[in-house]
Design a protein around this ligand. Structure first.
Ligand code: ADP
Length: 498
């Protein structure tokens, strides 16, 4: 396909908040938007916002949003020049990118080749290592023989992590504390990997202690120009999935920021990347940083970057897809102020995060300077059971971290959602937490502190605190790692990361 081509109409192969988000930028650019929807989404906000909308199938995503040929047919029938995949669904599907290329439809994202290189964790590790990017210590080979693998694990040093090479979404990884646990953990991880990803390839990574998850946003055009748009701190996680993100990271300094940014650009160059992408790093307590993986799409948490650098990432994606050269140079990108994002889910935070789909009877969004709510729902909207339960992303922006946190707490208080339960109560617990407020928290925040959340009874709380401390010490002695979460079924309503 030729390098430059005008885009006049874009089909959004997605739903919910991200479809709304993409349509907003398209409107500002004077580009027409085409929505596709399943049975469950026929009255959705994004469907109403789009210039055209087409039904593509039944509610389950494999009968609608994952139907490649159906989506291509709608793109052709509607004369769409390009498809924006959002995140999830087909966004990291190399075959989809390839099929669109064959059909002469622009995929707003990277080539199938880049997706393949980064989609498989082992291949990604090999690819970036060749460009001098440090990876988490471990292997770049699939485990074939358990005895050989145990020897490798000993050399890497326990605790280690077994990871599915095709894994994603926090699934297909398991911590192994010692040699004795290795074989059964390997069998379980391989089985899980096969059933979830259709590929039982598993490899070894050192299990980093007290790590921070810090990722860099990059933009790359078709001509080999790459810039980074600084970092996002994503260490507040539950079950390896992000809950709150902020930018800048309170953990790294400017010198490290520059260093990591340059390495992130190399990672993008290593796979000949084009478009918007994210390089994820784990940073240990000594501030050593290691490549974790690359996400070859727009990230859920992209708005916090947009707020601090003042750049619309969706517009940049579209300009790159049209074959424009990057208009900004690295030294023109500056981080100003501080942004935080809370992922709002239709889940009952006070009842073990049980799903809470249904009709939103009334919704009132928080509003004000520096408050942004990216959402796919309104008063009267249905939250279907079929898809990811995230209903909105609330973002606050202010001159510094303290002000952004304060603004978030007020915004959450002013967020009224009636009809379904949400995880909003969780954010008050985290945003008021001493450790969060210091800014020096790592990915173990949840395991260490969530047992306290939603506890009214002070006596019970004290008791739980003592037990958690004892468990923590015990586990430390035994294998030098933290597995407080293992105790979660006991008396804690299963709330701690199980
Ligand atoms: P996925 O592709 O499923 O999102 P990642 O490899 O990106 O998985 O890891 C998700 C999270 O799991 C990380 O943010 C981190 O909290 C934890 N994690 C992954 N690998 C390691 C590791 N080697 N050591 C410690 N924690 C890890």
């Amino acid at each position: 396909m030729e390098k430059t081509r005008k885009i006049k109409k874009v089909l959004i192969a997605n739903r919910g908040e991200i479809a709304v988000r993409v349509i907003k930028s398209l409107k500002e650019m004077g580009i027409l938007s085409v929505a596709v929807y399943s049975d469950a989404d026929k009255n959705a906000k994004y469907v109403q916002m789009a210039d055209e909308a087409y039904h593509i199938g039944a509610s389950p995503s494999n009968e609608s949003y994952l139907k490649i040929e159906k989506i291509i047919k709608v793109a052709k029938d509607s004369n769409s020049d390009a498809i924006h995949p959002g995140y999830g669904f087909l966004s990291e599907n190399a075959h989809f990118s390839e099929r669109l290329n064959k059909e002469g439809i622009i995929f707003i994202g990277p080539s199938a080749k880049s997706i393949n290189m980064m989609g498989d964790k082992i291949t990604a590790r090999k690819t970036v290592e060749a460009y001098g990017v440090p990876t988490v210590p471990g292997t770049t080979e699939a485990i074939k023989d358990v005895n050989v693998a145990i020897e490798v694990a000993k050399t890497v040093g326990f605790p280690i992590m077994l990871k599915a090479s095709a894994g994603g979404g926090g699934k297909g990884m398991r911590i192994v504390h010692n040699e004795n646990e290795f074989e059964s953990a390997l069998n379980m991880t391989q089985r899980e990997a096969l059933s979830s990803f259709g590929d039982d390839t598993v490899y070894i990574e050192k299990y980093l202690e007290e790590p921070h998850h810090i990722e860099f946003q990059i933009l790359a055009d078709k001509y080999g120009n790459v810039i980074h748009l600084y970092e996002r701190e994503c260490s507040i996680q539950r079950r390896h999935q992000k809950v709150i993100e902020e930018s800048p990271s309170p953990f790294i300094d400017d010198e490290m920021r520059v260093k990591m940014g340059e390495i992130a650009k190399n990672a993008a160059l290593s796979c000949n990347y084009e478009g918007a992408g994210t390089i994820e790093f784990l940073v240990d307590k000594h501030k050593n940083f290691y490549f974790l993986e690359m996400n070859t799409r727009l990230q859920v948490e992209h708005p916090i970057t947009e707020m601090v650098v003042g750049i619309d990432l969706v517009k940049e994606q579209i300009k790159i897809a049209m074959g424009e050269k990057l208009s900004l140079k690295q030294n023109e990108i500056t981080q100003t102020g501080h942004a935080i994002e809370c992922r709002i889910y239709a889940e009952d935070a006070e009842n073990n995060f049980a799903p809470s789909p249904g009709k939103i009877e009334y919704l009132e969004e928080p509003k004000g300077k520096g408050i942004r709510n990216d959402t796919g729902v309104d008063s009267g909207s249905d939250v279907p059971i079929f898809y990811d339960p995230m209903i909105s992303k609330l973002i606050t922006y202010d001159k510094d971290r303290d002000s952004a946190i304060k603004k978030m707490i007020t915004a959450l208080k002013n967020y009224k959602i009636v009809g379904i339960k949400t995880n909003i109560p969780l954010f008050f617990e985290i945003l008021n937490h001493d450790v969060f407020l210091t800014g020096n928290y790592d990915t173990h925040f949840w395991e260490l502190y969530s047992y306290k959340f939603f506890k009214e009874d002070k006596e019970e709380l004290e008791l739980l605190k003592e037990i958690a401390a004892a468990v923590f010490m015990n586990n430390r002695k035994k294998d030098n790692t933290l597995i407080v979460a293992k105790q979660s079924n006991w008396k804690l309503n299963g709330r701690m990361g199980n």
